[in-house]
Design a binder for this molecule. Structure first.
Ligand code: PLP
Length: 450
């Protein structure tokens, strides 16, 4: 199809996810046709630095031949096999072992799904199943944070706490609560230190658990760095104080590593960067560098033992997707994980991440930039109308979407986030020179909007 026919066909046939469907009819699509390194190209041949690695996922960039070869080899050998009812296959087994060996805390087993939403939905079901198995059927409530993003299924969209995910979808469902977001820049009281802020949030969590009744609260879900909520980096001591409360009331910690897993925050897992000791860990996205959909749920011994005993009683662990541990996706993920080791991806995050954070910090001199924040190769700029008072622009006049649109014209793809922030999450293979090019292109857009 020519590019005009493709555009027309897009407008005629596609219902786009996360898109203003009215605006789309006039704006039309950006049609990607090929990728190379950290860039994608549209049908006119214009290049764009993918400053979001797609959707925080294409960590090894857009033309890694080793991943293509891994997929081809597996497709030619055995394109499908499943793991239901005692069946198994090499790529799934080896991937499970690779993840358990790399886990940030001792984990017992890995379960596979296809997306971050499915992984978190699975975690929810496991927690409910586990507490029924342990003879405490009332311990089912789940706590997430305001501005959290955990997915779009009925249950995970309920854990998510962003208005567009709830409004008119009749969500959230019951049993789900939201506590404060650890956004120091916005939520701290005047004069409050980061540690005092973290302690206050932990105290508020404890109050919530006590008000609900600890015997009814099952788990706390947390992204190490909150991504879609605006790249919220918690204070250094936040998870230490939160975990003390969770342990006191026997509330499980689920680390949603869908964005942070596999080096994004500078350590292999966000849990290591922030000293989290999860009982359950979910991951997706960079697990396969986004070349094929796959996600995983890692569970510790205690959770696994409860699932096992209940399945023995019932006759089966009644959960799994047709494509759980799809062998082609698993082979690609296994190769991805090997490449992270071989190519010292953490070393690249250290150098290019330091460069990106320094360039973002330098932009705080700009009249629109209220705060620059980030860690490793994830960052954000929060835009404000008044820097001294931190007054935000009226949400109806948010500036971030305009800057992001202009940045696209200058050849860099970024994303406007909740709270008038702009996120940066480039492929983990980005060089320091490419970081500079990305920020230079972006700065031109920022200057034009000012
Ligand atoms: N959890 C987090 C932290 C995410 O950022 C996302 C997606 O961006 C999800 C879960 C949902 O993943 P998916 O879109 O693959 O269902």
């Amino acid at each position: 199809m020519t590019s005009n026919t493709l555009r027309d066909a897009d407008l005629s046939y596609v219902l786009h996810p996360y898109t203003n469907l009215v605006a789309h009819e006039t704006k039309g699509p950006l049609i990607a046709v090929r990728g190379e390194g950290v860039r994608i190209f549209d049908e006119k041949g214009q290049d764009y630095i993918e400053g979001m690695a797609g959707l925080w996922c294409a960590s090894l960039g857009f033309n890694e031949p080793r991943l293509v070869e891994a997929a081809t080899r597996q497709m030619q050998t055995l394109p499908f096999a499943h793991m239901f009812n005692h069946k198994s296959h090499g790529p799934g087994i080896e991937l499970a072992q690779a993840l358990i060996e790399r886990a940030p805390v001792p984990m017992a087993r890995a379960f596979f799904a296809n997306s971050g939403s499915e992984a978190n939905d699975t975690a929810i079901k496991m927690i409910w199943y586990m507490n029924n198995a342990l003879g405490r059927p009332e311990k089912k409530k789940l706590i997430a944070r305001k501005r959290a993003y955990h997915g779009v299924t009925v249950a995970t969209a309920s854990l998510t706490s962003l208005p567009a995910n709830h409004r008119d979808f009749d969500l959230p469902i019951d049993r789900i609560l939201h506590t404060a977001c650890p956004h120091y820049y916005r939520e701290a009281q005047p004069g409050e230190s980061e540690d005092a802020f973290a302690r206050r949030l932990a105290a508020e969590l404890e109050e919530m658990i006590l008000a609900e009744g600890p015997e009814t609260v099952a788990a706390f879900f947390a992204e190490p760095v909150m991504g879609a909520g605006g790249v919220i980096v918690p204070p250094e001591t936040y998870f230490q104080h939160i975990q003390a409360v969770l342990q006191k009331y026997d509330v499980l910690l689920v680390a949603d590593e869908v964005i942070c897993g596999f080096g994004r925050t500078g350590r292999y897992w966000g849990s290591q960067t922030f000293d989290m000791k999860p009982d359950i860990l979910t991951c997706a996205k960079a697990l396969s560098s986004a070349y094929l959909p796959i996600s995983a749920v890692l569970v510790n011994e205690r959770v696994y033992e409860a699932l096992k005993s209940n399945s023995g009683k019932i006759g089966t662990f009644g959960h799994g997707y047709t494509y759980s541990a799809h062998p082609v996706a698993a082979a690609v993920a296994l190769e991805t994980v090997r490449l992270y080791d071989e190519r010292d991806i953490l070393g690249n995050v250290a150098t290019s991440g330091a460069r990106m954070q320094a360039r973002l910090q330098a932009l705080t001199a700009h009249p629109l930039v209220g705060q620059a924040r980030g860690v490793g190769l994830i960052g954000a700029l929060e835009l404000v109308e008044d820097k001294a008072t931190k007054r935000a622009f009226d949400p109806a006049r948010a500036v971030a979407p305009k800057v992001v649109e202009r940045a696209q014209d200058h050849g860099v793809i970024l994303r406007a986030m909740a709270g008038d922030a702009i996120a940066f999450s480039p492929p983990l293979i980005i060089s320091e020179a490419e970081v500079d090019e990305m920020i230079d292109r972006f700065t031109r857009a920022l200057d034009e909007v000012t």
